[in-house]
Design a protein around this ligand. Structure first.
Ligand SMILES: O=P(O)(O)OP(=O)(O)OP(=O)(O)OC[C@H]1O[C@@H](n2cnc3c(O)ncnc32)[C@H](O)[C@@H]1O
Ligand SMILES: [Mg+2]
Length: 215
């Protein structure tokens, strides 16, 4: 598959745009997003898996533009909630969902389970902050070339824990509640560069670039 020096990413999430722009800048490439194509209709994300939604976003936008397009479908799977919010991560708190409301709902749902963390044997952090559940971030990437009608795909995961309180001002979405025990920090306490090194998105992107070199 041939990609030029501009990558079109089928996203309207400013946090994702920032992370992709940072990653591709290192490769001498520029990123444009759906903010640059405001007249394109939103893609309906009705897939049951992250991979399905990523393929749908990439294909619909690529066919509309006649260019190869990269799409990201991602989310948070929380063990004590049976994998929720999963593919519904962006809309977890319903109509007009925001990151803040989604985070509040996540803490509410976990609080409703009682002392879930303690039940799982999760030790509080040194400052007494409780961990409420194991969790993982998932990122599915799909790059679709409408000329060759081919997909290149990858997935990445990041494992951690949900904290009872937010920490850090970086990242986006559920990052302030997501604790990385190996680093002793929340995902929102990492720089864009650090997050890329360990995140579901960074790992999926590295795999996609490798796959692309082989194809
Ligand atoms: O579909 P696009 O336009 O790309 O933007 P979106 O925000 O709707 O993105 P998704 O449909 O993939 O939903 C993913 C949600 O999961 C959360 N999420 C994904 N990646 C994350 C990350 O790196 N850090 C924190 N939260 C993340 C965040 O709440 C996102 O809104
Ligand atoms: Mg979405």
């Amino acid at each position: 598959m041939k990609t030029g020096d501009t990558v079109v990413v089928a996203t309207k999430n400013a946090g994702k745009v920032k992370e992709f722009a940072h990653a591709f800048e290192k490769l001498g490439m520029r990123v444009v997003s759906m903010f640059d194509y405001p007249s394109l209709p939103d893609v309906v994300e009705d897939g049951v898996t992250f991979a399905e939604n990523a393929r749908k976003k990439a294909k619909e936008v690529a066919e509309a533009l006649g260019l190869p397009v990269l799409a990201d479908d991602s989310g948070l799977e929380v063990a004590r909630l049976g994998g929720e919010p999963g593919v519904y991560s962006a809309r977890y708190s319903g109509e007009g969902a925001t990151d803040a409301r989604n985070n509040e709902k996540l803490l509410r749902e976990l609080a409703a389970l009682g002392d879930a963390g303690a039940a799982e044997g999760l030790e509080p952090l040194a400052d007494g902050t409780k961990l409420l559940s194991g969790a993982r971030f998932v990122c599915a990437l799909a790059l679709y070339d409408p000329a060759e009608r081919v997909f290149v795909e990858s997935e990445g995961y990041a494992a951690g824990f949900i904290m009872e309180q937010p920490r850090g001002g970086g990242g986006f979405g559920y990052d302030p509640l997501f604790y990385l025990s190996g680093l002793g920090k929340s995902m929102a306490e990492l720089s864009t560069e650090e997050k890329q090194g360990i995140s579901h998105r960074g790992i999926a992107l590295a795999a996609l670039l490798e796959e692309l070199e082989r194809s």
